[in-house]
Design a protein around this ligand. Structure first.
Ligand code: DAH
Length: 366
């Protein structure tokens, strides 16, 4: 019995001192395992006489209970401290400051649309929108392009396979000009608006993408003439490019929805591999770049939109937003605009805090 007591004392000490769950398991096997000393002690009971066994059995069982209990207690302790260590290692310190560099950026197209809205708002224009899935009538017919009009073929239109319930052919709008029709029908005259947005054509190379952006402008009022158009475009481009030496050239052209029609070119010069607007486009690295179309609204279009064409005249223009963004911010491949490459966006994108305002400058670089 004294041997058993000694064994118990040293086992309890070893259990208490076990540094890990594995070490504790070794102690358990050494005591309570099949060949452990407790199990061996229990086996001796069989060789004892009844009286001796009566005394020894409860004593051995008591030792066994004590050892098992000590193992359980130590196991719980070791498990608790393992959990505590894990929790300590995986802590997140919520008091840490946010990352210094905000991740997102405003796409140059969005930025330029905000700049447009800001500049034209100052000239009394509101911003209008229309659907990108358009019907044939708004995109073409009401803009004086009936079904047989050759200009339709130039638009590389994406048509939908199914017609609308009223029989209309549906398409992805090829320009923002249908917003002119929708706005005139809704608001009547006088009107002064811009309509920026996405347009679609089946066309793709370094300067054309199947989706791109235009801004439409429309002014309808009494006694409107080409001089108003020229002043408006010049004033806009000076504010947009933030320089006074902008020179525009209006070139006679043809659009079914305007008469007369002009194409708008801006003078630029090459500085290194960058095009910079300003000055006349003639020679010595100077040239003209086409920015869009414009003209006096064709009276047929006013009539389609339900406006009294004897009383009201209008001018309209349509500019490529991506193009003027490239010119202002110095990108040279249009396709990169729509690749979604975070490196391009980090480089050319704008901070959400750089809201364009006329007082702070519409073209703040990030
Ligand atoms: N809608 C024309 C296009 O996408 C551009 C345009 C030309 C718009 C003349 C106009 C305009 O408002 O007057 O090719």
């Amino acid at each position: 019995m004294t041997e058993l007591t000694d064994q118990k004392q040293s086992a309890l000490a070893a259990i208490k001192a076990s540094p890990t769950l594995d070490a504790l398991e070794e102690q358990r096997v050494a005591a309570l395992g099949k060949k452990g000393w407790v199990s061996l002690a229990l086996k001796t009971l069989g060789q004892m006489g009844p009286d001796e066994r009566k005394e020894a059995a409860p004593a051995i069982q008591a030792v066994r209970g004590e050892v098992a209990e000590a193992i359980e207690a130590k196991k719980a302790k070791l498990e608790a401290s393992a959990l505590e260590a894990q929790l300590a290692a995986e802590t997140i310190d919520l008091t840490l400051p946010a990352p210094e560099q905000p991740k997102g950026s405003i796409h140059p197209v969005s930025q330029v649309m905000d700049e447009l809205a800001e500049i034209f708002a100052d000239l009394g224009f509101s911003v209008a929108t229309g659907p990108e899935i358009e019907d044939d009538w708004h995109n073409f017919t009401a803009l004086n392009m009936d079904e047989s009009h050759p200009a339709r073929a130039m638009h590389d239109t994406f048509y939908f396979p199914d017609k609308a319930s009223d029989g209309a052919s549906m398409l992805l709008r090829t320009h923002t000009s249908p917003v002119q029709i929708r706005s005139m029908k809704e608001q009547g005259a006088p009107i002064r608006l811009i309509a920026p947005g996405r347009v679609y054509r089946s066309d793709s190379d370094a300067t054309h993408t199947p989706m791109f952006h235009q801004v439409e402008g429309l002014v309808v009022d009494e006694d409107i003439h080409l001089g108003h158009l020229k002043w408006t475009l010049e004033t806009f481009f000076k504010a947009f490019f933030e320089r006074e030496d902008i020179v525009l050239r209006l070139r006679p052209s043809y659009f079914p929805f305007t008469e007369p029609s002009v194409e708008v070119d801006v003078g630029y010069s090459n500085e290194g591999d960058r095009r910079v607007v300003g000055g006349h486009g003639d020679d010595d690295g100077h040239d003209w770049m086409e920015l869009g179309g414009s003209g006096m609204v064709n009276r047929r279009v006013l009539e389609f939109a339900g406006i009294d064409a004897d009383k009201y005249q209008g001018f309209a223009f349509g500019l490529g937003i991506d193009r003027i963004a490239m010119l202002k911010y110095g990108m040279n491949d249009l396709r990169a605009f729509f690749d979604g490459d975070p490196r391009w966006l980090a480089h050319y994108g704008f901070s959400p805090f750089d809201q364009p305002t006329l007082s702070a400058g519409v073209g703040v670089r990030p």
